[in-house]
Design a protein around this ligand. Structure first.
Ligand SMILES: [Zn+2]
Length: 87
């Protein structure tokens, strides 16, 4: 076996070794649950810092970002670029 191949396989074993930290992270991720449930947080729960929502939402405003994010997602649905679970 070529030396580089030996090193490659050794590094593969080192890299894939399951450490206690990785095992704990994996368990924590599992507890977060699977797919998102599709319910959206009401916009009223986002604080508006720009005072211009919803007419002229700003990216520095938490509510503005939520509005812009939802508009972008809606435009993708309208353009047929994504399928929705509801459809
Ligand atoms: Zn705002």
């Amino acid at each position: 076996m070529e030396e580089t191949e030996i090193i490659r396989r050794a590094m593969g074993l080192i890299g894939s070794r399951k450490t206690p930290a990785k095992a704990a992270a994996s368990r924590a991720n599992g507890l977060k649950g699977g797919r998102p449930n599709g319910t959206l947080k009401p916009l009223s729960e986002f604080e508006c810092k720009c005072g211009k929502c919803p007419d002229d939402p700003k990216t520095y405003c938490p509510r503005g970002r939520a509005i812009l994010r939802r508009r972008a997602a809606a435009s993708k649905v309208e353009a047929g670029q994504v399928e929705t679970a509801a459809a």
